[in-house]
Design a protein around this ligand. Sequence first.
Ligand SMILES: [Zn+2]
Length: 443
Amino acid sequence: MIKIKAFGGYSKIGKSMTAIDVDGEIIVTDIGADIEKLVDFEDEKSVISIHDTQALIENGVIPDDTAFFNENGKKVKAIVLTHGHLDHIWGVPFLAAKYKCPVIGTQFTLKVLENLMANFKQKDLNLIRLNTGTQYKISDKVSVELVNITHSIPNSAILVVHTIYGAVVYANDWKLDDTPTLGQKPNYARMQELGDKGVYALILDSTNVDQEGYTFSESVVRTMLEDVIKKSLSNKTIFVTTFSSHIARIKNIIEISRKLNRQVLIFGRSMSMYISAAIDTKIIEKSKFPEVITRRVKVNEILRYVRGKPGKYVIICTGHQGEKGAFLDKLVTGQYEYKLGNDDAVIFSSRVIPTSLNIANRSMLQVALERLNVNIADNIHVSGHGSKNDYKLMLKMFRPKHLIPSHGGMDKISVAIDLAKDMGYELNKTSHILLNGQELVLD
Ligand SMILES: [Zn+2]
């Protein structure tokens, strides 16, 4: 019998954690944070430590696995991580050690995790690096496999739990990018093969299932960025802000800028964390990336030099959501020795993640930039999540017996259920609504 327990990432995006129970042997996948609640928690308490675990649970920042651990802790055989986004791995340093089982993931994911562990002085985890395309044996009846998939962070994977009932596939998060600008395209052959052999259940990221068509490739953003830097903003000093974990995007901005004879600078603490993880795991070459500047004195020193030379620099920085304390926020509020004006431009290579805090912060940032006469290019971005047609393609490849849509809440899950209905799935028989805190029993 297979039981799937949803801790987080179903009713709402964030705080991802799922337990897959195969006849009493349990694989836990992802232990993330609710980023909005994490920001609130950080506002209250500037330094978070491992001793705050209970408070983090009570404040809804990380999943509440207390009752589950008391009842089933000993049955958990492995914790498998799909990718390095914080809504999928931030909770690991706090919750994983007590299970006394290996934590499995790809090289880059585990490197990001190691950085987090160092922040919280967590040393008690047995990390096992598993490359995509390889399997790890849990017991005589269960093994796990990671399959290469594209998303918006390097080294993302789909988890496959091999069982005597067939494969249980956990695909959170993914897009189908056939022309990725970093890493390999999705392993379609393997996904098809798994479908042929028999997929028992598929947990499928439904974030963008309500978007028509296909999600565009990262190579489209590359072209958009080149266009906007070359044409509309050619005589400006350009600040580009994007997700620090989006190494492919950052690499593209560097390459385009250099091609256009611009010097590139990178500012911001979280940029440093992800770029160093990518260098350490040889995803990018250190010699081709400028050093990330985080120290205030150094930032000021460099900005003094950049001043008054429009058309010469591209500065990659943090702060696309208008976050307080990020580089852009400090720049706009005059905390650096650089006065923004008509010779400057800001490219938002991102979209606003729609939480009330982000919407408010970002709108304040935008107003401040406009008041300073800074040129703005917004939404030079494509999503890291597959759209409706990609979703159908995933269903056609895997042809699961049971479909469990995840991510995005009931509005997205109901679209996924309707779409699956057109493909022959029947609610509560072969397609299932699973919400946070609930358990689905399949037999
Ligand atoms: Zn993700």
